[in-house]
Write a protein that binds this ligand. Structure first.
Ligand SMILES: Cc1cc2nc3c(=O)[nH]c(=O)nc-3n(C[C@H](O)[C@H](O)[C@H](O)COP(=O)(O)OP(=O)(O)OC[C@H]3O[C@@H](n4cnc5c(N)ncnc54)[C@H](O)[C@@H]3O)c2cc1C
Length: 358
C-alpha cells in the first residue's frame, strides 16, 4: 500500500487505476504492534490499522479487495487469477503493471504435533487476533516460545506481562543470534529479568498434545517443557513461490531479485518488501531481511517509479533496533560470524546520556 499511495500521488485516477488484492482480512496495518496487541498494551485492533480499505477507496481512489488471494500470475496475458475466499469464486484480473508484495512466510517446521490447537505463528494481524482470543479465553498458565529471534523475544515479553509463566526454547546458545555472543548474553539477562525461563542450546523435536487435542508440551533435546500455549518464532522465508511460478527470477537469498528501482526480471513487474531481495551494502551480497522499515521504503520507491518518477533503494546495512524489557539493543553492519573473518573485536563501554542527566 506504500507503493499504491506513492503511485497515486504521481498519477490521478483518470490516468492510473490502482487495484490491490490481499488474501487476509486486514491491509495497511502495523505488524510491529502485534506483540503489544497480544499483551493488551494496545487495546484494539483498529489502533494498528494505518488506513482502512474505505479510506483508500474514498480518499485515494485505490480499490483494496481483502480476502482475495492471488493464486497465479500469467505474465504473457498480463493477468492474475484471483480467489475470492468469501464466495469461493475464481476470476482473472488484467494488469499493465504488477507490484508483488507478498511478504514473508513464517517457518513452521514439519515436526510431530506442530498443527495442534494452541500452536501459533505470529506473522499477520489475523494471527495476532487469534492468539489474543486464545489467551483471553483459555487463560494459559504456561507458555513456550520456540525461537529467540526478535519476534520471539517480543512475544515472551508480552506473555510475561500477562502473568503467564513463559519459557523460551532456542537451539543456539544465545537469544538473537544475529548479535555477537557478548551482546546475546546481555539480552539473555534482560529476558530473565522480566521472568522468562531460558532453554538455550535446546532443539525442538515435536509437540505433545493432551486428550482434547490441544498442545500440552514441547519436546526438546533437553527434555519436555509443559505448555498450554506455544508461539513459534523461528524466523521467516521470503514469500516468493507465486512470483517464481510465473517465471520471475528469484535470487540466491530465496527472495525475488530486483534492481535498485525495484524492477524484477520481467518488464512492468515490480517487487518490494519481505518478498524482495536486498543488497547488503557492507558485504555486497544479496540478502533477505524481513523488516518493515525496509519494506516501507522499498514500497515507496517502487510506487514512485511505477507512477512515472525516479527513485532508488540502494540496499541495507544490517541495522536493527529493539528493546528487551529495560534493555535497548541495536546492531548495524556485519556481525562477527557474518563477516566470516574477525581480526579484532573491541568492546566499548559508555553511557547513552551525559553524566549530569539522572
Ligand atoms: C510480530 C511482528 C513484529 C514486527 N516488528 C517489527 C519491527 O519492530 N520493526 C520492523 O522494521 N519490522 C517489524 N516486523 C516486520 C514487518 O512487519 C515486515 O517486515 C513488514 O510487514 C513487511 O511488509 P510487506 O508488505 O513486505 O509484507 P506484509 O506486511 O507481510 O504483507 C504481505 C501481505 O501479502 C498478503 N499476501 C501474501 N500472499 C498473497 C497472495 N498470494 N495473494 C494475496 N495476498 C497475499 C498477506 O496476506 C499480507 O497481508 C514485525 C513483524 C511481525 C510479524
Amino acid at each position: 500500500m506504500s507503493a499504491a499511495s506513492q503511485a497515486r500521488r504521481r498519477q490521478g485516477p483518470e490516468a492510473l487505476e490502482i487495484v490491490a488484492f490481499d488474501g487476509g482480512n486486514f491491509s495497511s496495518y502495523s505488524a510491529c504492534g502485534i506483540p503489544y496487541y497480544v499483551s493488551g498494551l494496545v487495546g484494539d485492533v483498529e489502533s494498528l490499522l494505518v488506513r482502512t480499505p474505505e479510506v483508500f477507496r474514498e480518499k485515494y481512489s485505490i480499490q483494496v479487495h481483502l480476502g482475495h488471494e492471488v493464486v497465479e500470475i500469467d505474465l504473457d496475458r498480463g493477468s492474475l487469477l484471483v480467489h475470492d475466499r468469501a464466495s469461493d469464486d475464481r476470476r482473472w484480473e488484467g494488469f499493465d503493471d504488477l507490484m508483488v508484495a507478498t511478504g514473508a512466510t513464517p517457518v513452521r517446521p514439519a515436526l510431530p504435533g506442530v498443527d495442534a490447537a494452541g500452536v501459533f505463528g505470529v506473522q499477520t494481524l489475523d494471527d495476532g487476533v487469534e492468539l489474543r482470543a486464545y489467551v483471553t479465553e483459555r487463560k494459559p498458565r504456561r507458555a513456550v516460545i520456540v525461537g529467540g529471534g526478535y519476534i520471539g523475544l517480543e512475544m515472551a515479553e508480552a506473555l510475561c506481562a500477562l502473568g503467564v509463566e513463559t519459557h523460551l526454547v532456542e537451539a543456539a546458545n544465545q537469544p538473537m543470534n544475529t548479535l555477537d555472543p557478548d551482546m546475546g548474553a546481555l539480552v539473555a539477562g534482560a529476558l530473565q529479568d522480566f521472568g522468562t525461563i531460558l532453554h538455550l542450546g535446546h532443539e525442538v523435536a515435536g509437540f505433545q498434545t493432551g486428550p482434547d487435542g490441544r498442545v500440552s508440551g514441547v519436546v526438546t533435546s533437553g527434555g519436555a517443557v509443559a505448555a498450554e500455549v506455544v508461539v513459534l518464532g523461528l524466523g521467516v522465508t521470503p514469500n516468493a513461490p507465486l512470483a517464481a511460478a510465473a517465471g520471475i527470477t528469484v535470487g540466491p537469498s530465496g527472495a525475488v531479485a530486483v534492481d535498485q528501482r525495484m524492477r524484477t526480471s520481467h518488464p512492468g513487474v515490480w517487487a518490494a518488501g519481505d518478498c524482495a531481495e536486498k543488497r547488503h551494502r557492507v558485504s555486497g551480497r544479496p540478502v533477505a531481511v524481513a523488516l518493515g522499515t525496509h519494506a516501507n521504503k522499498e514500497g515507496r520507491v517502487a510506487g514512485i517509479n511505477l507512477g512515472g518518477g525516479y527513485a532508488t533503494f540502494p540496499g541495507v546495512i544490517g541495522t536493527a533496533v529493539t528493546k528487551v524489557g529495560a534493555l535497548e539493543v541495536a546492531r548495524t553492519g556485519l556481525g562477527e560470524a557474518e563477516a566470516g573473518f574477525v581480526t579484532d573485536a573491541v568492546v566499548s563501554e559508555s553511557t547513552t546520556r551525559a553524566g549530569y542527566v539522572s
